[in-house]
Design a protein around this ligand. Structure first.
Ligand code: ADP
Ligand code: MG
Length: 440
């Protein structure tokens, strides 16, 4: 491969240029939802840029806009100096889970991208085999997707993106659906190909919510804030590749980014990092075991109510990125406060830690009623109805006025998990029905 990649990222003209892009969804009677606000971003040849942010902050929306799949409401996106009007062969995308055609072999799946471009069969085969070889799939050419592991399927996705020789590769959380070891193998494999100049692309933009992944792979990290999605900080990562997660400089940078992401944004009407307002706040489906576990750990020695999250994560054998949403949920529920990478239990949080089962449930129900408008809303409807029952479908529809279908589904799951624990209301899965089990 004779691709020469210039590493003078600063001086080169941008490959992709995003200028003052906003994305606003019309919610009919519910008003409008600003998902992206005034986003500026340049992607230059020779760099891997990470877009790091909480879930729901608009990362995928931005990536889809750059891929030409959605048209931004405001602002412009250009590719190689020309305005982008739709998908282009110069920009390829890899999603979290790749839609492979089950009835086609690996080779046929990879060839597909070229077929769309009108490349002749013999040429197609040659390029597809080269991409398959590059991405470590040789031997699997004639396998069908169902015979492949998740990691291998994701490799097919990568090969299919690279076979068309795009100049820019966009990746949306490409490793987040894989197990830890497989994800790491794919990450380091990709970085090796990149640093050796063997990947025929000029630049990578990748979306992630995983701080360590961003520090491991990227030359530049753009931290994305929520409500609405916008770039709040830019961090250059100067460590040479391959990077070592245990390197003190690596750890320091992870903790620094972590602190920036947990810093109070100072928006009084919008709490924490959960997108949306009122019943439309998007919730993460975090188990009450994890929530109670974190409260207990922070309440216990040596922390006694206040802890620095990174060492706490290490002690709990959790990645900081897994602990993050748990801590944020405690903040949403006002059992804890987050500031500069620290978590501090509130008075009710401390009471929860010292309480017995019934006391904990009572406290949890009280906080659901006050701080989770959706839970209070469902409870109110159940209280008002003589039957004390309501189909979940109704609330799912209501939520979809505020957020995408995926987020609505997760949000409803979260509220069900929490309400069941607190015995605030019940949910019958078979009937997809909310009920008050013991209406009084
Ligand atoms: P991320 O990738 O950072 O998790 P997304 O870009 O998927 O975030 O979504 C950002 C927000 O925009 C979410 O609150 C989501 O519910 C909302 N959203 C995304 N697509 C749509 C859509 N087509 N209609 C309404 N809301 C949407
Ligand atoms: Mg996303």
């Amino acid at each position: 491969m004779s691709t020469v990649i210039t590493r003078k990222a600063d001086t080169a003209t941008p490959l992709v240029s995003v200028a003052r892009v906003s994305q606003i969804y019309d919610k009919g009677a519910a008003g409008s939802l600003t998902v992206l606000e005034n986003v500026d971003l340049d992607l230059r040849p020779g760099e891997i840029v990470g877009l790091l942010g909480r879930s729901g902050s608009g990362k995928s929306t931005l990536l889809r806009a750059i891929a030409g799949l959605v048209r931004p409401s405001k602002g412009t996106i250009s590719f190689a100096g020309s305005p982008l009007v739709g998908p282009t062969a110069g920009i390829a995308v890899v999603f979290q889970s790749f839609a492979l055609f089950p009835w086609l072999t690996v080779l046929q799946n990879v060839e597909l991208g070229l077929e769309a471009q009108g490349v002749l069969p013999a040429e197609r085969r040659k390029s597809a085999l080269a991409a398959i070889d590059l991405i470590g799939l040789d031997g699997f050419e004639s396998a069908y997707p169902k015979e492949l592991s998740g990691g291998m399927r994701q490799r097919v996705g990568l090969a299919r993106a690279l076979v068309v020789h795009p100049r820019v590769l966009l990746m949306d959380e490409p490793f987040s659906a894989l197990d830890v070891l497989t994800a790491e193998t794919l990450r380091t494999g990709l970085i090796d190909l990149w640093t050796e100049g063997r990947m025929p692309i000029e630049s990578i933009l990748m979306v992630t919510h995983n701080i360590e992944e961003a520090v491991l792979m990227c030359d530049r990290i753009l931290i994305f804030g929520s409500n609405p999605g916008r770039i709040i900080a830019e961090i250059r990562v100067d460590m040479p590749q391959p990077r070592n997660r245990l390197d003190p400089a690596f750890r320091t940078l992870v903790e620094d980014i972590y602190a920036r992401m947990t810093a109070r944004t100072g928006a009084p009407t919008r709490d924490g990092h959960f997108p949306g307002t009122g019943i439309g706040i998007s919730l993460p489906d975090i188990s009450t075991n994890l929530l109670a576990g974190l409260i207990e750990a922070v309440a216990a020695e040596p922390y006694r109510g206040k802890a620095d999250l990174p060492p706490l994560a290490a002690e709990l054998h959790l990645e900081i990125d897994d602990l993050f949403p748990v801590a944020e949920t405690l903040q949403l529920l006002r059992f804890a406060e987050l500031e500069g990478g620290d978590i501090k239990l509130t008075a009710p949080g401390l009471r929860f830690a010292g309480g017995d089962v019934d006391e904990r449930k009572r406290l949890f129900a009280q906080h659901l009623a006050i701080y989770v408008p959706l839970a209070a809303h469902i409870r109110r409807v159940l209280d008002e109805r003589p039957s004390h029952q309501a189909p979940a479908r109704r609330f799912r529809d209501e939520l979809e006025d505020h957020m995408s279908e995926d987020y609505a589904d997760t949000t409803l799951k979260a509220v069900i998990t929490w309400a069941r624990y607190a015995e605030y209301f019940a949910y019958d899965e078979n009937a997809d029905l909310f009920t008050l089990e013991n209406p009084s």
